[in-house]
Design a protein around this ligand. Structure first.
Ligand SMILES: Nc1ncnc2c1ncn2[C@@H]1O[C@H](COP(=O)(O)OP(=O)(O)OP(=O)(O)O)[C@@H](O)[C@H]1O
Ligand SMILES: [Mg+2]
Length: 478
């Protein structure tokens, strides 16, 4: 199965200043890191092959980080970098973060907790598997453990949760953790097809059952013999088919359309819904007896915002998968914070869309907030941009700026293609400026504003200077 569950991270260690001693190595071993020390960048090629993470020590600049990132890119790998910097060198720390270090730790930091914190989330991201599943947050780990236990039984499971949260992913986990893993996994989305087609697709037909039925056709249940059938959006299944499904589940037999003989079935059924089936029962849209039949075990997937520990690993995984020409992209610390603060109404699917857009927009190798276009305007914007004075300041300075509505990112990648990059970028910039001005307005000091924005005071100073250069009236922000 693709759920990467190994707890040891292979780490390449580069410290040009001092060698690693046995005690330090043991300490990091306890934090889950297997270290492979190299002494020059020349040794990187081989070492990176098995690495999950690279740990480098910086001196008085972030130059080595840049060199390492370029090299990693040229070699076609996608490995996050943790930097070690002396405590007194704050500027180097900030620079390393701005240049996409996954984390920066002080050079004298050897505590297991600190290293576990810095590497948390990398554990489940396995860049060798293009689509491994992420279950990093304790909430998700609990769900994964439960799903793996349920998988061992033959009970019918009902997966509930909001759209895009990963119900189909969980159905696959259930299948792949079960005795049926070697059998087929067959999925059908009940909302996507007209009624007569669902019936035919599920139960199949015999030759001559209707005009055009030139030969026998096996339905999905038969195709899934020995495996699992996943019925997505079961709440949308037409009521008369629900009766037929119930019979199949109870008797473990089916008749093809126009078929006389009953066919024995050996399949496990997993169903999913984002509808409240109890309400559907009250509205007489869903059969109560079927509900009890399919919901022997209910597994609830929480919305992404309620399992924040999954956000960055999912983002990194999507970055790994979508990277253009194998050039690795990393997330700046500001964009990491932004991703963590966003409420993700569209859950994991929306996160994947946001990362996909970032890959399109990002020309370098570090994704910054300017590349992150969310499906919804951020709540911070919604709350604090109500001040029309601020909005006016932005529009006066930039007459060609689109209206705030058009800051919302397009929903489909097709829409993306018809948007000229220049327009898109100016929309991104303008919305970034609005957020900055609103944050300054809402706080007492620049430091507080920077904190609210999830960026460093230095970055804020730089961005304000940019605003001034564009002739923006910053009296409101004084
Ligand atoms: N734990 C996870 N690890 C990796 N990818 C995930 C995870 N959960 C969801 N995804 C990805 O997010 C996207 C949406 O997931 P999925 O189709 O399983 O959601 P869903 O709940 O079935 O959505 P819908 O309600 O719209 O049918 C998919 O591309 C899926 O691969
Ligand atoms: Mg689904």
């Amino acid at each position: 199965m693709n759920t990467s569950t190994s707890n040891v991270l292979q780490a390449v260690w580069l410290d040009p200043f001092s060698p690693l001693d046995d005690e330090q190595r043991a300490q990091l071993g306890e934090a889950g890191l297997a270290l492979h020390a190299i002494s020059t960048l020349g040794d990187l090629t081989l070492a990176l092959k098995r690495a999950h993470v690279m740990i480098i020590r910086l001196g008085d600049s972030a130059d080595l980080l840049r060199e390492v990132q370029t090299l990693i890119g040229q070699l076609g790998f996608n490995v996050p970098v943790i930097c070690r910097v002396e405590r007194r060198r704050m500027e180097v720390t900030v620079d390393a973060m701005r240049h996409g270090a996954m984390h920066v730790l002080p050079t004298d930091e050897w505590s297991v907790a600190a290293w576990q914190g810095a590497t948390q989330g990398m554990q489940m991201v396995d860049s060798n598997h293009p689509k491994s599943f992420v279950f990093v947050d304790p909430v998700s780990q609990h769900l994964l453990a439960l799903a793996q236990r349920v998988a061992q039984t033959e009970v019918t499971a009902l997966l509930v949760g909001p759209t895009g949260a990963g119900k189909e992913v969980l159905a696959r986990v259930l299948h792949e953790s079960s005795q049926r893993a070697k059998g087929p996994f067959v999925a059908l989305n009940c909302s996507a097809l007209p009624e007569h087609l669902i019936e035919d697709m599920l139960f199949g037909h015999e030759k001559g059952a209707f005009t055009g039925a030139h030969k026998d056709h096996k339905g999905l249940f038969e195709q899934a013999q020995g495996g699992t059938v996943f019925l997505d959006e079961i709440g949308e299944m037409p009521i008369h088919l629900q009766a037929k499904l119930l019979r199949v589940l109870q008797e473990k037999k089916l008749n093809r359309l126009g078929g006389e003989a009953a066919i024995d079935l050996d399949v496990r059924v997993i169903a999913a819904t984002n509808k409240d089936l109890r309400q559907a029962i009250e509205a007489r849209e869903f059969r109560e007896d079927l509900y009890f039949r399919i919901s022997t075990f209910r597994l609830r997937i929480q919305p992404l915002c309620e399992r924040p520990g999954d956000i960055l690993p999912l983002a990194m995984q999507a970055l790994n998968r979508l990277a253009k020409d194998n050039i690795p992209l990393s997330l700046s610390i500001e964009s990491q914070l932004m991703l963590q603060q966003y409420p993700w109404p569209g859950n994991v699917r929306e996160l994947e869309n946001v990362i996909q857009r970032a890959v399109v927009l990002c020309r370098g190798c570090v994704v910054t907030p300017a590349h992150l276009m969310f499906d919804e305007t951020q709540p911070m914007m919604l709350h604090s941009i109500a001040d029309t004075h601020i909005l006016k300041a932005v529009h006066v300075a930039e007459p060609a700026t689109p209206s705030p509505d058009s800051f919302m990112a397009p929903n489909s990648s097709d829409d993306m293609k018809v948007t000229a990059p220049e327009d898109l970028m100016s929309a991104v910039k303008a919305s970034e400026h609005q957020v900055i001005l609103a944050a300054i307005q809402a706080t007492e000091s620049r430091v507080e504003a920077a904190k609210k924005l999830g960026i460093s005071p230095r970055t804020l100073r730089y961005k304000l200077a940019q605003l001034r250069e564009r002739g923006m009236d910053l009296a409101v922000a004084a």
